[in-house]
Design a protein around this ligand. Sequence first.
Ligand SMILES: CC1=C(CCC(=O)O)c2cc3nc(cc4[nH]c(cc5[nH]c(cc1n2)c(C)c5CCC(=O)O)c(CCC(=O)O)c4C)C(CCC(=O)O)=C3C
Ligand SMILES: [Fe+2]
Length: 351
Amino acid sequence: MSYDALLWLSFGGPEGPDEVMPFLENVTRGRGVPPERLAEVAGHYQHFGGVSPINRLNREAIAAVEKELAAQGLDLPVYFGNRNWQPMAEDTLARMAADGVRRALVFPTSAYGGYSACRQYDEDIERARAAVGDDAPELVKLRQFFDHPLFVGAFADALRAAHAGLENARTVFTAHSIPESADKAAGPPEEGGRRYSRQIGEAARLVAAEAGVGEYDVVWQSRSGPPRIPWLEPDIVDHIEALHADGVKAVVVCPVGFVSDHLEVVWDLDNEAAERAGELGMGFARAATPNGDPRFAELVVELIREHIAGAPARKLSAFPAAGCTVNGAPCAVGCCEPAKRPATGAGRPAR
Ligand SMILES: CC1=C(CCC(=O)O)c2cc3nc(cc4[nH]c(cc5[nH]c(cc1n2)c(C)c5CCC(=O)O)c(CCC(=O)O)c4C)C(CCC(=O)O)=C3C
Ligand SMILES: [Fe+2]
């Protein structure tokens, strides 16, 4: 099996003040996110001039991957497309088709399973192919990589570096919170769900072990959605307060659930969590995400090589290697089912 290209598939983010609201409308369409929450999040983006760092970080990572592909003698042009903002995956795929691409690999910028982290990227692939029509290239998504030694190694070094300036700091891993119901539905049904939170827990364990950290906690951040719906808890800020009450003097936060220092990392951690820790007189440091680490480009190219060779997955956990599917098919029947939406505005209209 040979491939003509790599599609770098990400979340997308605004690049100017006028793009914030239309971007947020794309993200939350049909998802029951209350308007107050939307207004609050819009404020986070406007605080940074309406520019999310995520597109720049993706472009930097793509440049590094292009270099690594060339260094390894792989001729695979890289295209960039997003779920929620320009360059939209549909437009990129149309360009790929026009360039003569027939089969492409897809690298999703999320390491984990679950609806938001895995299955929704399958839906993006399906939607983009449907928009392009008969000429749409075949798209094969690469597997989940939360337990890959290069991913774990990059986080472990970042965690060690963050600890360097702080005495006796408690390690706290964070990931994006998701609704309890989405976590229960994460993974193939026969596995009993919770694949997202269990994979986060496993990645945290692996990173802590490699960094030589004994005690640590796993908590959640960036909760959205109506307050009456339960999401994964505790929240990072509440947890910092609880640690303070227990006499902990400093925290090192490691955002193991993300691959880059995008807006939810720089706002919810570097701003909100850091500020609360400061008010409580606690030391605070945040470990970097792998996006800027040379191992991230190596990881992407290794996943490509592994897939092309049909080689066994290089991985550190006992979780099955999942997420690699063709043309947006789910990993397994019923795997990571999207949550049932309220009757009004259910589903996502085609864009
Ligand atoms: C698991 C997960 C990841 C990790 C996997 C991955 O990386 O893909 C992730 C990443 C990201 N989430 C991001 C931004 C947002 N997420 C939102 C809303 C939501 N996220 C959810 C989950 C996740 N999100 C969920 C269940 C919702 C509720 C609405 C829904 O069911 O879809 C909202 C709406 C406003 C709000 O916060 O309510 C925004 C703006 C950005 C871009 C940041 C930037 O611009 O730099 C990134 C990388
Ligand atoms: Fe999100």
